[in-house]
Design a protein around this ligand. Structure first.
Ligand SMILES: NC(=O)c1ccc[n+]([C@@H]2O[C@H](COP(=O)([O-])OP(=O)(O)OC[C@H]3O[C@@H](n4cnc5c(N)ncnc54)[C@H](OP(=O)(O)O)[C@@H]3O)[C@@H](O)[C@H]2O)c1
Length: 294
């Protein structure tokens, strides 16, 4: 049995913590608004689970594993908070979409238990329900000792996890999927599957995939555009009923991760002299909707 801290219990964090707790681990959920709103029992795809113990203030403790499940824009402050307690876990796992430089993780990038997880499933926490939309790729981690440890841990809790020899490429593929679907799902208020049904929206999806591939292909050794597009369509069909987390963020008045998704591609495109008008179009619309909420 491991002692596990989940830092940032929202959609993914509450899911992981609850499944690991059900598998017999000693889990603590640490969170804010979403965590406070939960009841003691939670439904995951209709099945009832007991919520692990929660806390709203960290305490020094000997955690074996820490999962950071905040949005990317909250990771820096999460690390500052964690840094104060001198935890020394065997595993410190980061579960965020998007690509960031390893320097983003400060001193934690050199921690022997550092692992970045790429998530290809969809999780939506509303009320006391988590709806999980699974894809064939599940969760992906780097094929090293820590990656193997975390995979074993997650699989023991019934969570599909794979090791991959090239996690950077995997993250880039996931970034393109997110860039092509998250903002549009939020702007159009449609599920990810419904985006491809409308021919005008599908043209924008295709434009974003093409531009993003052109920007990322050399740095991340991406497969051909045709095979990437096929993968994204397959993934879309698996998670077709899911509303993106950006959609969830906008309707609940939270910030979005647009800067780390389409914003990342736009900036890298500028550096490389590659135009990204489709990414810019959705990027500006999301900024406008974020501003309108203020
Ligand atoms: N949801 C998905 O389907 C999905 C799929 C793949 C990848 N991801 C990635 O996974 C990451 C997490 O996504 P999510 O959908 O689970 O986000 P989320 O529901 O917003 O959960 C993040 C939680 O972290 C909490 N938090 C942030 N800073 C905190 C702090 N300093 N102390 C305590 N709690 C803190 C937030 O509190 P508040 O409740 O107060 O905001 C929020 O509840 C994102 O990077 C996302 O891109 C998500």
């Amino acid at each position: 049995m491991l002692k596990i801290l989940v830092f940032g219990a929202g959609s993914i964090g509450t899911f992981l913590g609850t499944k690991l707790y059900a598998a017999g681990h000693n889990v603590v959920l640490y969170g804010r608004r979403k965590l406070k709103s939960l009841q003691e029992q939670i439904f995951i795809n209709g099945e009832v689970y007991q919520l692990p113990p929660r806390c709203y203030q960290l305490h020094p403790d000997d955690y074996n594993a820490i999962f950071i499940t905040t949005k990317l824009y909250d990771v820096k402050s999460a690390l500052e908070e964690i840094g104060k307690y001198h935890f020394n876990p065997q595993i410190i796992a980061f579960i965020q979409n998007g690509i960031v430089d390893n320097d983003f993780y400060g001193e934690f990038q050199n921690h022997p238990g550092f692992v970045a997880v790429s998530v290809f499933n969809g999780y939506n926490l509303t009320g006391n329900q988590i709806i999980v939309t699974k894809s064939n790729l599940g969760l992906q981690v780097e094929d090293n000792l820590t990656g193997q440890k975390i995979c074993e841990l997650l699989i023991s809790a019934g969570i599909k996890c794979h090791t991959t020899p090239n996690i950077s490429q995997m993250r880039a593929r996931k970034l393109i999927f997110n860039a092509a679907s998250n903002a549009l799902s939020a702007i159009e208020k449609k599920t990810i599957g419904d985006l491809l049904v409308d021919s005008e929206i599908k043209d924008i999806v295709d434009g974003i995939i093409q531009e993003s591939w052109a920007v990322l292909k050399d740095d991340y050794h991406l497969p051909s555009l045709a095979s990437l597009q096929k993968e994204i369509y397959q993934l879309t069909s698996k998670v077709k009923n899911h509303y993106s987390s950006m959609y969830q963020d906008l309707i609940s008045g939270r910030n979005t991760e647009i800067e780390f998704l389409n914003g990342f591609i736009i900036n890298l495109g500028r550096e490389k002299g590659i135009k990204t008008p489709y990414n810019e179009q959705v990027y500006l619309k999301i900024l406008e909707q974020q501003d309108n909420r203020k």
